[in-house]
Design a protein around this ligand. Structure first.
Ligand code: FJE
Ligand code: FE
Length: 300
């Protein structure tokens, strides 16, 4: 039984504070701030809130993968290769920037706020020059598993939970991504690959992390919970008397044994390569050729 699994202990928790990003967008950044920098393979986690008229107009990427998970509303994307798409609630886009992408990410028309998560994952050095590619995952493609008599629901976006496997490998860098909803009184013991770096980010409600009889901590909304690398499973529950359910994403990834040298959306392993990325972007070369004269429709 999973209760025999050693718990992954909490290394640190902190509140993600709202800040400006892009054009009038607001993000709660919980990875990629001074509080949590080298947490390989994770480079950035933004919980974004984009009102109509705001967004992320034309900008480049090189050397990383971005995983965008739409929670509320809708976001359009359009890149310099003519790829376009729309993410609705529960949809995901896995974008491998590789050698270079220039795109815009803007709210789909509508009047409400558009909410989601964007996670940046580092690419292994040998893949940083790869051709860009997209993997879309529609909400209805994400398997859901119920645990603890239905008090817990896990959307298995990537990885495996209670015997349910995600549908396909979506990123080059192995990453598990679970969206967990827990009703009051619900408990879950979620094994994670040993030795992988892992964190949880609380979207709604209060979650108690930790095994009964061991170290436990109640974490409120908009907090990042960073787990240590010992242990085999994350223990989480919502108190019986809690007024409302809680929701958090649980993420784990293989640490990459390589340097991270980052300048905004250019993520490489040496200063020279970052300068090169900047020059390539300015001169439309080495993967940025199609940026020459390109402007998005949606980012205007
Ligand atoms: N300034 C700057 C520089 C480079 C970027 F890539 C971006 C950017 O596009 C985003 C940063 N957080 C995000 N959360 C969600 C979405 Cl959909 C996009 C972003 C940006 F804003
Ligand atoms: Fe982007």
């Amino acid at each position: 039984p999973t209760t025999k699994l050693l718990p992954r202990l909490i290394r640190q928790t902190f509140l993600a504070i709202e800040q400006s990003e892009g054009a009038g967008a607001r993000v709660r950044r919980s990875i990629g701030t001074p509080k949590l920098r080298n947490f390989s393979p994770f480079l950035m986690l933004d919980h974004f809130f984009v009102s109509p008229g705001a967004g992320f107009p034309d900008h480049p990427h090189r050397g990383q993968e971005t995983i965008t998970y739409l929670i509320e509303g809708g976001m359009d994307h359009e890149d310099f290769a003519g790829n376009r798409g729309r993410l609705g609630p529960g949809d995901l886009q896995f974008m491998t920037a590789g050698r270079g992408i220039v795109h815009a990410e803007m709210p789909a028309q509508g009047e409400g706020v558009n909410v989601g998560l964007q996670l940046w994952v580092d690419l292994p050095k040998r893949l940083k020059g790869c051709e860009p590619r997209y993997r879309d995952l529609k909400a209805e493609e994400v398997p859901v598993v119920e645990v603890d008599g239905g008090k817990v629901k896990v959307k298995v976006i990537s990885g495996e939970s209670h015997g349910v496997d995600s549908v396909k490998d979506l990123a080059y860098t192995p990453v598990w991504l679970l969206d967990v909803e827990v009703r009051p009184g619900g408990k879950i013991v979620q094994p994670l690959p040993e030795g992988w770096n892992a964190f949880a980010y609380t979207l709604e409600g209060d979650v108690v992390f930790g095994q009964e009889g061991g170290e436990r901590k109640k974490v409120e909304q908009f907090h990042n919970v960073v787990f240590g690398d010992g242990g085999q499973a994350v223990y989480a529950e919502v108190e019986e008397g809690a007024e409302k359910s809680a929701r958090f994403v649980l993420v784990a990834g293989t640490p990459l044994d390589q340097k991270v040298v980052q300048y905004g959306p250019f993520v490489l392993t040496s200063q020279e390569e970052v300068y090169q990325a900047f020059m390539d972007y300015q001169t439309h070369s080495n993967g940025f050729e199609r940026a020459d004269g390109w402007e998005s429709e949606i980012g205007k």
